[in-house]
Design a protein around this ligand. Structure first.
Ligand SMILES: Nc1ncnc2c1ncn2[C@@H]1O[C@H](COP(=O)(O)OP(=O)(O)OP(=O)(O)O)[C@@H](O)[C@H]1O
Ligand SMILES: CC(C)(CO)[C@@H](O)C(=O)[O-]
Ligand code: BAL
Length: 299
């Protein structure tokens, strides 16, 4: 079983025009390749929702704020295609670099608000690069749905905002983070961890889940976050870049989880930067929800 690979916008448009004439719905799964189970979970979700699925693979230079990071980014296109074919994805769109950014390219899509702080504060220009390439992919593919992972939670907010603001008729679907059995969120960059760093890495998810539990019980963010930083540093992380509690819907900073919230972190192990985030559901709200469903069962 092999998967067709398309390299140009005109070939992609010719294919989607045929699908449209057939009345098929179309989903897109944007990636930078080096596919793992996290990506494949997005493809499965897309296949469950739409008749045709385009997986995109483009290592977007505009979103890298470090030349070394870009140079080290894994490139495994043939392996990626081999993983996608058996799932039933319909096409891999892996455009040439100058197809995306031709001579004289001079446009930037910049989303304010949700792109500020967190990764936006530590990777200057990153979300402009993401927003620009995602806008281009959406306009090139003309899909009805696009699937993104919650692992990159701030990115998911940036993409939702740009689609809404630019009236791009596409539904953005967020999918849960896929984890290793020890809790580490799957990421293409995990291959850069040494054996010793890999043993420390799950401490990030473990600390986030523990801290989310404390925040859900009403512990103020300042105390819970201080304790989490100490736990990460004592656990072997070289640097905690950020560790913050944000509103789940608006991504605004909050002092206490009174509504559904997200706890988000980036931390360094040697040369590798890991990000992760978990939901914080205030215990009071989960109790209310349980009471509502128990009452519903009684009626
Ligand atoms: N563990 C995961 N679970 C669910 N979705 C994921 C996971 N990892 C990545 N994704 C999603 O896959 C899409 C493509 O991400 P990308 O190609 O950057 O992979 P990645 O593993 O996040 O790589 P890296 O973080 O090293 O850039 C994004 O929507 C991202 O959120
Ligand atoms: C969305 C994306 C494919 C844009 O290059 C990238 O940021 C990613 O892989 O998450
Ligand atoms: N997964 C987000 C893409 C990046 O780190 O550049």
């Amino acid at each position: 079983m092999s998967l067709p690979i398309i390299r140009t916008v005109s070939d992609l448009r010719a294919l989607t025009a045929i699908w449209r004439r057939e009345g098929a719905s179309i989903a897109m799964v944007p990636t930078m390749g080096a596919l793992h189970e996290g990506h494949l979970s997005l493809v499965r979700a897309a296949l469950a929702r739409a008749d045709r699925v385009i997986v995109t693979l483009f290592v977007n230079p505009k979103q890298f704020n470090s030349a070394a990071d870009l140079a080290a980014y894994p490139r495994t296109e043939m392996d990626d295609a081999a993983k996608l074919a058996p799932l039933g994805a319909h096409v891999l769109y892996a455009p040439y670099g100058d197809e995306m950014y031709g001579p004289g390219f001079a446009t930037t899509v910049s989303v304010s608000g949700v792109s500020e702080g967190l990764c936006g504060a530590h990777r200057p220009g990153h979300f402009d690069g993401v927003a620009t390439v995602v806008t281009k992919l959406f306009l090139q593919g003309g899909a009805d749905f696009a699937f993104f992972g919650e692992k990159d939670f701030q990115q998911l907010h940036v993409v939702r905002r740009l689609a809404r603001d630019l009236d791009i008729p596409i539904e953005i679907v967020g999918c849960p983070t896929v984890r290793e059995p020890d809790g580490l969120a799957l990421s293409s960059r995990n291959v850069r961890l040494s054996a010793a760093e890999r043993r420390i890495a799950p401490k990030l998810a473990e600390t986030l889940f523990d801290t989310a539990g404390r925040l859900a019980e009403g512990v103020p963010a300042a105390a819970a976050l201080d304790a989490a930083r100490v736990a990460l540093e004592a656990g072997g992380f070289d640097k905690v870049e950020y560790l913050e509690l944000r509103d789940e819907e608006t991504l605004a900073p909050i002092e206490q989880a009174e509504k559904p919230a997200r706890l988000l972190a980036a931390a360094w192990l040697g040369e590798t930067r890991l990000i992760d985030n978990v939901k914080v559901m205030p215990a009071r709200l989960s109790l209310d929800q349980r009471t509502v469903s128990q009452n519903a069962e009684l009626t």
